[in-house]
Write a protein that binds this ligand. Sequence first.
Ligand code: PSU
Ligand code: MN
Length: 304
Amino acid sequence: MHPILLPTPEIADALATRRPVVALESTVISHGMPYPQNLETARALEAEVRAAGALPATIAVMDGRIRIGLDDEALERLATAGASARKLSRRDLPVAIATGALGATTVAATMIGARLAGISVFATGGIGGVHRGAEISFDISADLDELARTSVCVVCAGAKSILDLPKTLEVLETRGVPVLGFGTDEFPAFYSRRSGLPVDHRCDNVTEVADILRAKWQLGLEGGVLLANPIPAADELDADAMEAAVNQALADAEANNIKGKDITPHLLAALERITGGRSLTANIALIRNNARVAAGVAAALATP
Ligand code: PSU
Ligand code: MN
């Protein structure tokens, strides 16, 4: 194990014996949801992964190490820290580790930790992507570059319409990232199952996903695969109402001159206020669903 990594004994043992492990990110805990729903969700995600036959490894930075798997005390520390924990992407990891800061990992940084630990499957809610107006602001999430270079399968519910979804899919195509739809031909739009935009390939079960992952990595094609898993129909929110809410959230961010890495957390919090908490309920439902599917993919990948 890499000296900067600190796995829990359970995860170290699972990895040594090649049992299925699913990585989970921590920015969604610290910056993506309010306390105490964030802590409850973090625990619920771990339970979903276990129930589906894999072990959960939530990843975060504490005391100069990348933790691979958090015990209950560490989860609580992160959940109560909220946005006072640092939001860490690729560029932020060196500083956070050298200074011993408390840091939550984004999709990009979680992929890096997972890859170093030897974990190939990771569940999150939504990835970062190309922001609306990126042709002016240049705001394109480092998550996309990470998907291009780091060999981990990321299970998500698509990307939120706070982003420019067509441009996000264009960048993923350019950077060679396969975008698979789980039981769908369409890239899901986070709160809604459909975006009108096609995925590259539809998979109807986890064995097909595992076969594609193996083929990619056996070819020596380094980099991630995005598995887009739509929100369960029962939890879906009305797409038109969410579009109006997103526009309101974007206007709020603009009025408050929010920039850079603060934009995504700001928009998520604004959406929650605007929808009276319905965006949070949907977010929790879809991320639990992603944890379940990711556990299935990890189990299929562990089966030769
Ligand atoms: N999108 C969501 N929820 C989230 C995030 C994105 O729907 O919690 C978080 C993830 O950690 C993601 C990060 O990796 O925001 C992207 O931030 P940025 O746009 O600053 O790259
Ligand atoms: Mn950004």
